[in-house]
Write a protein that binds this ligand. Structure first.
Ligand SMILES: [Zn+2]
Length: 249
């Protein structure tokens, strides 16, 4: 169990809404749908309404210093079945990249590979108290596009299982190009955080508002002790947060 999964979570009856196509950029075809991920009638480009409002705020903030730039949406809403599909796919890719096959790996290799994958992918947990963050409609994977419509180089692709994905990987680099990657990651982070989002500690592209990761990070910043998170009694502890699900119609 990850520490943020102890945060209480409840349905907030906010609908999932489509992210406006005329304001944001989108990675199309959608990278997971293209692989055959089971979306059914659901769309990966939906989020909880309150999350969409904050994305619009981040877009407005971006215009103040970078007119014509856009936030590009890589992924947003993700049913648990898609989370399962993508974890299975990623594990298979890691196994394949090492020249191994799934039915031949040892238990130790399997454990080590899953540990690597779960550093970046949430578990496809069907327990409603421990949902994958993207399955709540509160988490989004994003990057930036410049005024010419080109995707901004952040130094590593979204979803790469490597230390280059860590937000501060290039922070202390002396190379000009790597300093620029870091500057762009900071720009993305600053417009998102100003709008209420929190960034995931391992992924420069992942932000959320209102899920368990967001609540847990918020409580950490406010200095709340972990023990108080699980009890979640506002009358005793004013800093307690409750995470929320969006409502998938
Ligand atoms: Zn994500």
């Amino acid at each position: 169990m990850k520490p943020y999964q102890t945060v209480a979570i409840a349905e907030c009856y906010e609908p999932l809404v489509e992210i406006p196509k005329d304001i944001f950029g989108f990675v199309t075809p959608h990278p997971y749908a293209k692989l055959g991920a089971p979306y059914g009638k659901k769309s990966p480009f939906y989020v909880r309404r309150g999350v969409c409002d904050r994305l619009l705020l981040a877009h407005t903030t971006l215009q103040q210093t970078h007119p014509g730039w856009k936030i590009q949406i890589f992924d947003a809403y993700r049913p648990v079945a898609v989370q399962q599909f993508m974890v299975d796919y990623t594990v298979a890719e890691v196994v394949r990249s090492r020249g191994l096959s799934l039915d031949q790996i040892t238990e130790a290799q399997r454990a080590e590979i899953f540990q690597q994958v779960y550093q970046f992918w949430a578990m496809p947990n069907v327990d409603p108290q421990m949902p994958p963050p993207h399955s709540t409609g509160a988490a989004i994977d994003v990057t930036l596009m410049n005024a010419e419509g080109d995707v901004v180089n952040m130094g590593s692709p979204i979803d790469e299982l490597s230390p280059r994905s860590f937000p501060n990987h290039f922070a202390d680099s002396a190379h000009l190009s790597e300093k620029t990657y870091h500057h762009h990651r900071q720009l993305l982070c600053s417009i998102m955080v100003k709008s209420g989002f929190k960034r995931h500690w391992n992924e420069w592209w992942h932000f959320s508002y209102g899920d368990q990761v967001w609540a847990w990070l918020t409580m950490q910043e406010e200095g709340q002790e972990e023990g108080a998170i699980a009890t979640n009694q506002p009358s005793e502890n004013k800093l307690s947060k409750i995470a929320h699900y969006g409502r998938a119609a």
